[in-house]
Design a protein around this ligand. Structure first.
Ligand code: GLY
Length: 376
């Protein structure tokens, strides 16, 4: 049995960033991942840092969290790159949101009206200007928006750099080591955490296991976060030198995110199919069709790979960030749904404030794991 100050369960970008942050304040931090770090939702993501474009009608509480996190990204990545020597592919080239026919145009207009009501910095541009700014856009364009401030990142490089950052800061990383049990003591604290290969006695536990967070073995009923998997299929295509858009290009049906001058991610389906892992013909077909509708030159690009990921979704689409209402030494950082990469720096910062400074910033309030949100 090994004593540790902090045990983090989950090695996606959220778990890694929280572990790295806490390693600045605690002398022993251990992180457990049942697979390799960054293997699930983190590796499957598109890497969009787009709090405005990704905003759904009912999710306005996410806006401020996303914007503050977006604002942190340039400095966060600079520090990450300096400490690890790894480049993470942060690109600050904005987002186009475009329509090629009437149904999409209605959706673009509705979203724009909502964004205007919230006072967001979105421009509705004439087709000629959109085409001038992004010549790869189709000639069939009927309208679109431009959001200058949004960014994107290569999520896999980001996760790899966070892994290195954890190593640099002395986090003990246990990969391919699933949690098999969790024991509580009579004072409503987690006493021990057993993985396949080791057991630790932590002062503090942070659960950041994405869609698996509520399912961890040994978790008491009251700590079972209601997080469910929402399946997403995605595709990567190569880009040759004649076709290399540098902004996100989005329609109501697909997003296309250039990760580097020679790789673009097309995503992603939204499917309530539990942990089903197969790439299906229909999902792929829809993505490829919708992407070629807005960027026709994609038809000539090489196909690279396809995969499935599982977004961790809560009932209200908001993440859980903060202490368990029932267990004294337990914190959650899970349920980031469509925004895990975007919310990484702010989640690590908020948890640091709660754990190290014993303060709960106002920004965190909607995201606290209250008994109502845990349905207990
Ligand atoms: N944030 C993109 C997605 O969840 O598909």
């Amino acid at each position: 049995m090994i004593d540790v100050d902090v045990a983090v369960v989950g090695g996606g970008c959220i778990g890694l960033a929280v572990a790295a942050e806490l390693a600045d304040y605690f002398s022993s931090v251990a992180l457990f991942d049942r697979d390799y770090t960054g293997s699930e939702a983190t590796g499957a993501a598109g890497g969009m840092l787009a709090p405005i474009m990704e905003l759904e009608f009912e999710e306005f509480e996410l806006l401020e969290l996303g914007r503050q996190s977006l604002h942190m990204f340039p400095q966060y990545c600079r520090r990450l790159e300096d400490e690890t020597g790894m480049e993470v592919g942060l690109r600050q080239q904005g987002t186009f949101y475009v329509a090629t026919h009437e149904r999409q145009l209605q959706e673009v207009k509705r979203l724009y009206e909502y964004q205007q009501r919230l006072g967001l910095e979105v421009e509705r541009l004439p087709v000629e200007i959109l085409k001038k700014r992004q010549p790869a856009l189709t000639d069939q364009l009927v309208g679109g928006l431009w959001i200058a401030d949004e960014k994107h990142i290569d999520n896999r490089k980001f996760a790899a750099a966070l892994y290195l950052l954890c190593r640099e800061r002395g986090v003990e990383i246990h990969t391919n080591d699933p949690l098999v049990d969790l024991e509580y003591d009579s004072a409503a604290r987690i006493k021990t955490l057993h993985s396949n290969f080791t057991s630790v006695q932590p002062d503090l536990v942070v659960l950041a296991a994405g869609a698996w967070t509520g399912l961890l073995p040994g978790l008491a009923e009251q700590d079972r976060l209601p997080v469910r998997p929402v399946k997403g299929q995605a595709v990567a295509v190569g880009l040759d030198s004649s076709f290399s858009p540098d902004s996100i290009v989005h329609s109501p049906d697909v997003y296309c995110v250039p990760h580097s001058p020679d790789r673009m991610i097309l995503g992603a389906t939204m499917e309530e199919k539990g942990f089903e892992r197969r790439v299906r013909f229909g999902g792929l077909y829809d993505l490829l069709f919708s992407a070629a509708e807005i960027l026709p030159a994609l038809r000539d690009q090489p196909f690279l790979e396809t995969w499935v990921g599982h977004r961790p979704a809560s009932f209200d689409s908001l993440p859980f960030i903060g202490p368990s209402p029932s267990t004294k030494n337990l914190y959650f950082a899970a349920g980031h749904y469509r925004n895990g990469i975007l919310h990484t720096p702010i989640t690590a910062k908020l948890l640091k404030k709660m754990i190290v400074d014993s303060t709960t910033p106002e920004l965190a309030e909607p995201f606290l794991p209250t008994p109502e949100r845990l349905l207990i």
